[in-house]
Design a protein. Sequence first.
Lengths: 384, 94
Amino acid sequence: MAYLDAASAEPMSPAARQALLAALDDGWADPGRLYREGRRASLLLDQAREQVAAVLRCRADEVAFTSSGTQAVQLAVLGAVLARQSASRGPGHVVVSAVEHSSVLNAAAQAEQAGSQVTIAGVGADGRVDVAGFTDAVRRDRTVLACLQSANHEVGTIQPVADVVAECQAHGVPLLVDAAASAGRAPLPTGWSMLATSGHKWGGPPGVGVMVIRKTVRWRAPMPAGNREGHRVPGFPNLPAIISAVAALEAFEAARDEADIALRALTGQIRDRIPALIPDCVVHGERANALPHIVSFSCLYIDGEALVIELDKAGFSVSSGSACATDTQQPSHVLAAMGAITHGNVRVSLPRDTSEETVTKFLEVLPQIASRLRGSAGQSRKAG
Amino acid sequence: MPVNSTQPPAGQPGTAAAPALCIDALGRKCPVPIIMLAERIGEVAVGQVVQVLADDPAAKTDVPAWCGLKSHDYVGSAELAGEAGWAFLVRRGY
């Protein structure tokens, strides 16, 4: 069996597992209490915060742990909009790229329902945001927030964050970078005002997100805030999972360069060989500007759900952006924004320990499945 | 039932975009509308227009994307009455 959906969840690393088990003994108490168990938990939580801040290059007091990457994104978006809402001028204008993770788009949609204006900046065929379109939108009057991911979770395209930072700063527009897809895998962009990322993307356990809000950013807690996490995130922190996620991030970051070389070689093989092995199959995004572990391709005239199911039967776990393969029954908004074929789509995202053998076997099996599925549909390909 | 099934979308010259073939893919799930289009576009002459009726949401993206890949001209789409889907117009490119 080969699990090839690291972009959904990277399997928990040994470092994460060990840290989680160790933390269960010390990390269960309330870090807000004055007694020894509480103080111990508080010490561990502060330590985790310092460790994350070092990796993300921010101050520890700018870091808040959340229960997921989605929560980190949504608190960041809604809090930034709330802080700039004015009694006289109403809610402001928000700019998002068309290929943001659905958590960002959903938060923007909610802000829009509550009166904000939202501009969705388009992308090119490779999924890279149109910088001119994005910065034009940032310059609009009353822009209170801009959101651009560090890299795309579906096709792996790295976004030109550096190219929009100057404009955002010049116009006093806070920039949220959703770094869930790239943290621990690619250098973090600089110049962001807020950052969100997710523990299970780098081999940590589920249930941990990180929201970073720079000191200079106006932000107001959109959820009823207690005292925890600097009055930003309600709820008792999952401290054992946080400790585990932080250990996982440090391990991921330490092995980043080596992993980049290995994974890029493997996804490179997939990018190179698919067009030769399978007729009418399009690989998305540009290799030179992509995360090392993700490759997405769409096979014409094939049902994406059927592809995923057949691959699962053959021992390969992959995901798909095709409508039939998702629980929303809507085609991937990322592929749609790129003008790409959404049916017959497969996203392969390789976990860190993937062997060359696995990729070789995948490339043997996939064309057989594609041809079988096309054949059974009774279709013959004509000049069209 | 589709309204104006043989009329081009507003703004197009009437005779230039009138479809030579109508493919009814209503009720069919992607990729079937695209398969049907690919299979049958050869039935019209180069420069003639095929109309595809489809209600699968993926068709909205996939018809223009397929045109781009296969060097046919995506002329446009019109929504069908009663939110019954869309009529896509494709001009055979070669």
